[in-house]
Write a protein that binds this ligand. Structure first.
Ligand SMILES: [Fe+2]
Ligand SMILES: [Fe+2]
Length: 171
């Protein structure tokens, strides 16, 4: 094993965290779909897929390092939301927690002089900046456009457009 047991545990915990994020966004997508927010549903189905790719990245890294990834059970996600805005606030909180966990891993890698893991985590550090900005930008739309039915419909359309474009930017 090319990494320490402590690093291995942190990375495995991160596998679980990314799996939880994927499951949480899947539940959000489903809620949006049944609530009539089709654009937001597409957007969150896409977010869910993205979190799965993050999870896979870490699994492959662990296995490549001879550390062997462990796949743990995840908690059932929240399946019901009061509003689209509330849902996106929860998504932002999720991302903030993920950022914190990644920064903690970077601290460990630095302390242990684990250059490989440090380099591996750099992608995640940058990704988290984008992830938080993404949801902050969506939340800003509620202040800019409004919270009535027409405004929410407009925001749903913006998310639909974002889901249809390959990059991560919100229009
Ligand atoms: Fe992620
Ligand atoms: Fe994320």
């Amino acid at each position: 094993m090319k990494i320490s047991p402590k690093m291995r545990k942190s990375l495995n915990d991160q596998v679980t965290l990314e799996a939880s994020a994927s499951s949480s966004y899947l539940a959000m997508a489903s809620w949006c779909e049944v609530t009539g927010y089709q654009g937001s549903a597409n957007y969150f189905y896409m977010q869910s897929d993205e979190e799965r790719t993050h999870m896979l990245k870490i699994i492959h890294y662990l296995n490549d390092m001879g550390a062997v990834a462990s796949i743990s059970a995840i908690k059932a996600p929240v399946i019901s939301y009061k509003s689209l805005e509330g849902l996106i606030k929860t998504a932002l909180k999720n991302e903030q927690a993920v950022t914190k966990a990644i920064h903690t891993m970077v601290d460990i890698a630095q302390k242990e002089k684990d250059h490989s893991t440090y380099a591996f985590l750099e992608w995640f550090v940058n990704e988290q900046v984008q992830e938080e900005t993404k949801f902050e930008t969506v939340l800003q739309k509620f202040d800019l456009i409004g919270r009535d039915k027409l405004a929410i419909n407009e925001i749903d359309k913006i998310l639909a457009m974002d889901a249809a474009t390959p990059d991560d930017t919100v229009a």
